[in-house]
Design a protein around this ligand. Structure first.
Ligand SMILES: [Zn+2]
Length: 49
């Protein structure tokens, strides 16, 4: 499943693929801990949500 995040630096939209994780109760998606913005190269942290 694709997730959209806005870069903290340039506010460009980055589409991040979340891998589906098997779960009995509901669907979960595992995202990488961070991603590099395709536009400006800034590292965006995804771990604190
Ligand atoms: Zn950016």
């Amino acid at each position: 499943m694709d997730f959209e995040y806005h870069c903290w630096r340039c506010w460009e939209t980055n589409v991040i693929w979340g891998k589906k994780v098997a779960s009995f109760w509901h669907d979960k998606y595992r995202l990488p801990p961070d991603f590099e913005c395709w536009n400006c190269g800034a590292i965006n942290d995804l771990t604190d949500d």
